[in-house]
Write a protein of this length. Structure first.
Length: 400
């Protein structure tokens, strides 16, 4: 029951996030008509998310993941409601939008780190992969449904009412979080003497753990470089669709193929548990994903492109289940908040880097070469990590 409440709360919260992102983007593009403001909002969101991601771990470990899940959704509900009132009053400004963006970025960092940290307290270790799959499926579903719902609400009931609806979603999520029991579980409430240590010593403990556990540190570095190529593909997809046809529906087919592949993987592992996760399997999955990306440069047949994209989505979904399961089993539970926040921050940093590199490059290079470069980056990185892993040996999972 705890896992079910958690997944439903995640669905409501993430659906609110996706709808909010689309509604605000539309408001900036349609009403304010400012490309500069759009860039400033996205930049401030990413920067605050990265900084908060590095710093939030010790606080989550000390105070508790459940409380931060509840606070994150409650604060977002209040912010969005205030934003709706300001829109009605026509008093919204550039500064307000940037402030809201900074707050949302920081809250996102706390929310996602807390989400990963609470999972081992909800189910037994052997069911972690199943919970991660259910969680992944829920998130992917909101990414598909969110833009459709956002478009309908903006057209049918106005931006202000859309924001109120988003606020209600967050409130319902907080209600469900209240009934999640994360204490009386199969785990002891380990705190590693957090009450006797300072925030900065807790923060250093997270970094020192990664420094000692070299294999996990190499995983973080691998994720960063592989994600540059994987996130760069999202910049290239619109141009790939444009090369096939001027019809925008072809871009929709590409995104749908990717999402369907990811959803299928999530559904499969929602009912089938992965009992052991090895770094070698994660790196091989990275290698397959990167090979699929590189292969896109060799074909112009749209059906074959959709098949490749579907397979990339399948593997991406598999990776999305493997990595959190490995981390949750390998990191002591009292350090999960710190380690998850650092990993999330470094991984998220790859997104703006990829968007900048491939966004600029598409004006100067043939798109097929860029797909090859994106794939080659992932292939070289994952092969290097595989070799290092084989030489050093795979770390044992910590049973908690």
């Amino acid at each position: 029951m705890n896992a079910t409440k958690f997944c439903i709360a995640t669905f409501l919260s993430n659906l609110g996030d996706v709808i909010y992102s689309v509604v605000i983007a539309w408001y900036i593009a349609d009403v304010l008509q400012s490309g500069f403001l759009m860039g400033a909002v996205l930049f401030s969101l990413g920067l605050s998310r990265f900084i908060a991601g590095l710093l939030c771990g010790p606080v989550i470990d000390r105070i508790g993941a459940k409380l931060f899940l509840w606070l994150s959704d409650m604060i977002r509900a209040i912010i969005v409601l205030v934003l709706a009132i300001l829109l009605w009053d026509h008093t919204i400004s550039f500064v307000i939008l940037i402030m809201v963006s900074v707050l949302f970025g920081a809250i996102d960092a706390f929310y996602w780190s807390a989400s990963e940290s609470i999972k081992p307290r909800l189910v037994a270790t052997e069911y972690l992969s199943r919970l991660n799959s259910q969680y992944f499926t829920v998130v992917r579903t909101t990414i598909i449904l969110g833009p459709l719902i956002a478009a309908w609400t903006v057209e049918s009931i106005s931006i202000e009412h859309s924001l109120i609806a988003i606020s209600i979603l967050y409130v319902f999520s907080t209600f469900l979080i209240l009934f999640i029991d994360s204490k009386n579980s199969h785990l002891e409430n380990m705190n590693d003497n957090n009450d006797k240590t300072s925030y900065f010593s807790d923060l250093r403990l997270g970094f020192s753990f990664l420094n000692r556990q070299k294999m996990i540190f190499y995983l973080v570095i691998t994720m960063f470089f592989v994600n540059i190529g994987a996130n760069g593909v999202n910049v290239l997809f619109p141009f790939l669709a444009k090369n096939v046809s001027d019809d925008a529906k072809y871009l929709g087919y590409i995104y749908s193929s990717m999402s369907m592949g990811s959803l299928l993987t999530g559904l499969i592992f929602s009912v089938k548990s992965i009992h052991r996760v090895e770094l070698k399997i994660i790196y091989l999955s990275f290698l397959l994903q990167a090979t699929g990306i590189a292969a896109l440069c060799f074909t112009r047949n749209f059906l074959i492109i959709l098949i490749f994209v579907f397979v990339i989505g399948l593997i991406t979904g598999f990776i999305g289940v493997l990595i959190p399961t490995f981390v949750q089993r390998s990191v002591p539970i009292h350090l999960l908040g710190r380690v998850n926040s650092i990993m999330m921050a470094i991984s998220m940093l790859s997104t703006p880097v990829a968007q900048f590199i491939f966004g600029v490059s598409v004006d100067y290079f043939n798109i097929k070469y860029l797909f090859f470069i994106a794939g080659a980056l992932g292939i070289v990185t994952s092969l290097s990590s595989l070799l290092i892993n084989e030489r050093k040996g795979t770390p044992r999972e910590t049973v908690m």
